[in-house]
Design a protein around this ligand. Structure first.
Ligand code: NAD
Length: 485
C-alpha cells in the first residue's frame, strides 16, 4: 500500500502521531493510499522549518526566486501524467477536465506570479513640510513571513498553488494543510520543489483533518503570520476565531450560492452550453458553480426542456473512461449530504425535472459516491435548496418578469461569490452586472479566468481578493518609509 508522508524541511517524514488514515477512491471506495497524520509536534517542526527557510528565501532577489518558480512550473509539466493520474484518482473527476484545467493551471500559477512580482510598482509621495524642504514618502513590500495554507478537495492542486505560488513569489515560506480527501498532488509537489531548487523549509506539507488535527494546530500556531484558506464558510468562521487572539491576518475564499440570470434576449445555445457547464462541471463541486437559475418567463419552458435534455445526456463514469463528462462526488459522506438536499427539495414541494437520486452504475462501483444531475422547478426562496450551498450537480430554476425583480432575487442570499448573466443586450449586461452583489460576474460566459484579475467573494463568500497584484496585498506587508529632506 502506498504511503503518503508529511513533507517537512525538504524531507518526507512520518508523523509522530504514528497514525495513518485512508485516502479513498470516490469511484469505488477502494483505498488508494494511507496518509500519515501530523501531530502537534510535526506542525511545530514544519513551522520552525518554514521560519528558517524563509530567511534564506527572502534574501534572494525577485529574479532568483522567479527563476526557481519557473522551474517548479516546468517540473509540474514534466511530471504532468503523474499529477494528472493522482488528481483524478483522489477526486474521481474526468481525466479530460483535470488535463484541461487542474494540472495546467496548477503550473500556470507559478509562472504568472513569478513574472508578476518583479513588475509591480509601489507608491511614492512628495510631501510639503513647514520648513519648505519637504519629505519623500515611499512604500516597499516585505514578505509577511510564514503563511499557513489550508486548501479544499474540489480543485486540489489548482487552488493550493493559487495560494502557494504568490506566497513564495513574494518571499514567504508556507506550511500547507491539504484536504484529507485529496492529499496526493500536494505531497508530490514537495518532490518538484526539491528538484527545482526551492530551499528546504520554504514549502512544507502537513497531513490531517481540521478540528483537533493538523488544520487546527496550524491555525493556532503562534509562528504562523497569516492563514489563507479556501473551503466552507463554517470552517472559515472557526479559523477566524483561531486567528483572533494573535491578530493573525486571514484571506478567505468560502462558499457560494451562485445565480445565473437568463434573459429572453440571450443567445439560447450559448446560455444552455454555459449553464450545463456551470451547474454540472466537476459534479457541481466548484465554488463558482451555478445552483440558482432565473429565466425570463417567455423562454422559461424552452430553457428548462433544453437543460433537461443536456443533463440527461451527461455520461457518468470513472475518470479514465473515454467520453465521460461527470464523475462521482468526492466521498460517500458528501454523497449523503447532497442526497439529503435532494430529499429536502422533494419535501419542500419542488418539481423534479430530472434526476433526484443515484444513477445506476456497474456492480464494482456501487460503493462509489454517485449522484444524478438534478434540476428542479416549482421552487422559490423559501426552499432550502435555493438558500443553502449543496455543492452537487443540481440547480433550481425560477421564472422572472423584470430586471428589478431578478436583481433582487439574485442578491437575496447570504453569499456573494459569482454570477452569470446571459443577454445579447450590451446595455442591459452592464446595467445588471453592476447591481449584482458578488465578487465575480460573467456575461455570456462562466469560469473564464484571467489570472491577473481580482478573484474572491463578498458577504459570507470570503474576505480579500486573490489574483494578480491583489494577491500581493495579502502576501506582503506594505511599509511606508518617510525621508525628511
Ligand atoms: P472544508 O471547509 O470542509 O475543508 C477545507 C479545508 O479546511 C480542509 O483542508 C480541512 O481539513 C480544513 N479544515 C476543516 N476544519 C478546520 C478547522 N477547524 N481548522 C483548520 N482547518 C480546517 O471545505 P471542503 O469541503 O474541502 O471544500 C468545499 C467548500 O469549499 C465549499 O463550501 C466550497 O464552496 C468552498 N470553496 C470555495 C472556493 C472559493 O474560491 N470561494 C473554492 C473552492 C471551494
Amino acid at each position: 500500500m502506498r504511503k503518503l508522508l508529511n513533507f517537512i524541511n525538504g524531507r518526507s517524514v512520518e508523523g509522530r502521531k504514528n497514525h495513518f488514515f485512508n485516502n479513498l477512491n470516490p469511484v469505488d471506495g477502494s483505498v488508494l493510499s494511507v496518509v500519515s497524520e501530523a501531530a502537534v509536534e510535526d506542525v511545530d517542526a514544519a513551522v520552525k522549518a518554514a521560519r528558517e527557510g524563509q530567511k534564506l528565501w527572502a534574501k534572494m532577489s525577485n529574479a532568483e526566486r522567479s527563476a526557481i518558480l519557473h522551474k517548479v512550473a516546468d517540473g509540474i509539466d514534466a511530471r504532468f501524467d503523474e499529477f494528472l493520474e493522482a488528481e483524478c484518482l483522489d477526486t474521481g473527476k474526468p481525466r479530460s477536465l483535470a488535463a484541461h484545467i487542474d494540472i495546467p493551471r496548477g503550473a500556470a500559477n507559478f509562472r504568472i506570479f513569478a513574472d508578476l512580482v518583479g513588475n509591480v510598482a509601489t507608491e511614492a509621495f512628495q510631501s510639503p513640510t513647514p520648513d519648505g524642504l519637504g519629505a519623500i514618502n515611499y512604500a516597499i513590500r516585505a514578505p509577511k513571513g510564514v503563511i499557513g495554507v489550508i486548501s479544499p478537495w474540489n480543485l486540489p492542486l489548482l487552488l493550493m498553488t493559487w495560494k502557494v505560488a504568490p506566497a513564495l513569489a513574494c518571499g514567504n515560506a508556507v506550511v500547507v494543510k491539504p484536504s484529507e480527501e485529496t492529499p496526493t498532488t500536494t505531497t508530490l509537489l514537495g518532490e518538484v520543489m526539491n528538484a527545482a531548487g526551492v530551499p528546504h523549509g520554504v514549502y512544507n506539507v502537513i497531513h490531517g483533518f481540521g478540528p483537533g488535527s493538523a488544520g487546527e494546530f496550524l491555525t493556532l500556531h503562534p509562528g504562523v503570520d497569516a492563514i489563507t484558506f479556501t473551503g466552507e464558510t463554517r470552517t472559515g468562521a472557526a479559523i477566524m476565531k483561531a486567528c483572533a487572539d494573535d491578530i493573525r491576518d486571514i484571506s478567505f475564499e468560502l462558499g457560494g450560492k451562485n445565480p445565473a440570470v437568463v434573459f429572453a434576449d440571450c443567445d439560447m445555445d450559448k446560455a444552455i452550453e454555459g449553464t450545463v457547464r456551470s451547474v454540472f462541471a466537476n459534479c457541481g463541486q466548484v465554488c463558482l458553480a451555478t445552483e440558482r437559475v432565473y429565466v425570463e418567463r417567455p423562454i422559461f419552458d424552452t430553457f428548462v426542456a433544453r437543460l433537461k435534455a443536456e443533463a440527461e445526456a451527461i455520461r457518468i463514469g470513472s475518470s479514465f473512461e473515454p467520453g465521460i463528462a461527470m464523475g462521482p462526488l468526492i466521498s460517500k459522506e458528501h454523497q449523503q449530504k447532497v442526497l439529503g438536499y435532494y430529499r429536502r427539495a422533494a419535501e419542500d414541494g419542488a418539481v423534479v425535472v430530472t434526476g433526484g437520486g443515484v444513477p445506476e452504475v456497474a456492480g464494482d462501483r456501487t460503493d462509489g459516491a454517485w449522484v444524478q444531475p438534478t434540476i428542479w422547478t416549482g421552487v422559490d426562496h423559501s426552499h432550502t435548496i435555493m438558500r443553502e450551498e449543496v455543492f452537487g450537480p443540481c440547480c433550481g430554476i425560477m421564472p422572472f418578469d423584470s430586471e428589478d425583480e431578478v436583481v433582487a432575487l439574485a442578491n437575496d442570499t447570504e453569499y456573494g461569490l459569482a454570477c452569470s448573466i446571459w443577454t445579447e443586450n450590451l446595455s442591459r449586461a452592464h446595467r445588471v452586472a453592476a447591481q449584482i452583489d458578488c465578487g465575480l460576474t460573467w456575461v455570456n460566459s462562466w469560469f473564464l479566468r484571467d489570472l491577473r484579475t481580482p478573484f474572491g467573494g463578498s458577504k459570507k463568500s470570503g474576505i480579500g481578493r486573490e489574483g494578480g497584484v491583489h494577491s500581493l496585498e495579502f502576501y506582503t506587508e506594505l511599509r511606508n518609509i518617510c525621508i525628511k529632506l
